[in-house]
Design a protein around this ligand. Structure first.
Ligand code: GDP
Ligand code: FE
Ligand code: FE
Ligand code: FE
Length: 198
């Protein structure tokens, strides 16, 4: 890790204290694993600012334990797309969570905020940092689901775009198998990346 994070004006200890105060032990371990995976992926795929990859990892699930009422308030306060009101925490903690992160931590870096915003649903257009976070969340060392070894091979060795595609295909298939609705932007991500799996 780094000593100081200028994007939030906090030392490492101060930052980790703020994050851990906002989530369970288990989720705190997850976000640290994601940060570590994001830094490794940054090295592998030559992202020039590993500190930003680490910060995105540490902060990506910052809002995940907020109440539904908090997210609904934020959607109204910032006049976000009112269709968001039809969704739930799974979709809100990224797309709406970035407003909570801005309020609580004063983070304004647009690249980090964008990566966190879309970390669950992806996007048809993803920057390198967006992909690093999206994939790090999926392959972090604590994940054990079926297919994670394939995802890690793609992510760490073969092809980051194929890793994005693999994760999205798996997620869409998982959601369909559970008979739950799929956020339209997730389908756009699927369509934009599925051809990367050959
Ligand atoms: P986590 O926050 O580290 O658990 O991981 P994510 O932010 O990637 O995903 C959170 C949850 O949202 C997971 O249970 C996913 O299966 C679920 N999810 C991902 N995409 C969608 C979607 O398009 N629609 C819905 N309803 N859920 C989704
Ligand atoms: Fe998440
Ligand atoms: Fe994810
Ligand atoms: Fe996560």
């Amino acid at each position: 890790g780094f000593e100081f994070y200028p994007e939030v004006g906090l030392t490492r200890v101060e930052l980790l204290d703020k994050i851990s105060a906002n989530m369970s032990e288990k989720r705190f371990q997850h976000v640290q694993n994601v940060a570590q995976a994001a830094v490794k992926l940054a090295e592998r795929w030559q992202y020039p600012e590993p500190r930003k990859a680490e910060l995105a990892g540490l902060l990506h699930d910052y809002a995940k334990e907020e109440t539904d009422a908090t997210f609904i308030q934020l959607i109204k306060k910032y006049q976000l797309d009112s269709d968001l009101l039809n969704w739930n925490n799974n979709v809100w903690h990224g797309l709406v969570g970035i407003y909570k992160i801005q309020e609580d931590l004063g983070l304004t870096d647009p690249e980090i905020l964008r990566a966190i915003e879309i970390h669950t649903v992806g996007s048809a257009e993803m920057t390198l940092l967006d992909k690093l976070l999206y994939v790090a969340d999926y392959v972090e060392a604590g994940r054990t689901f079926e297919g994670v070894e394939t995802a890690r091979l793609l992510a760490y060795e073969q092809d980051l775009d194929a890793a994005v595609a693999y994760e999205t295909v798996q997620t869409v298939a998982f959601l369909a198998s559970k008979h739950v609705s799929i956020y339209p932007q997730t389908i756009l991500t699927y369509n934009a990346y599925v051809d990367q799996l050959k």
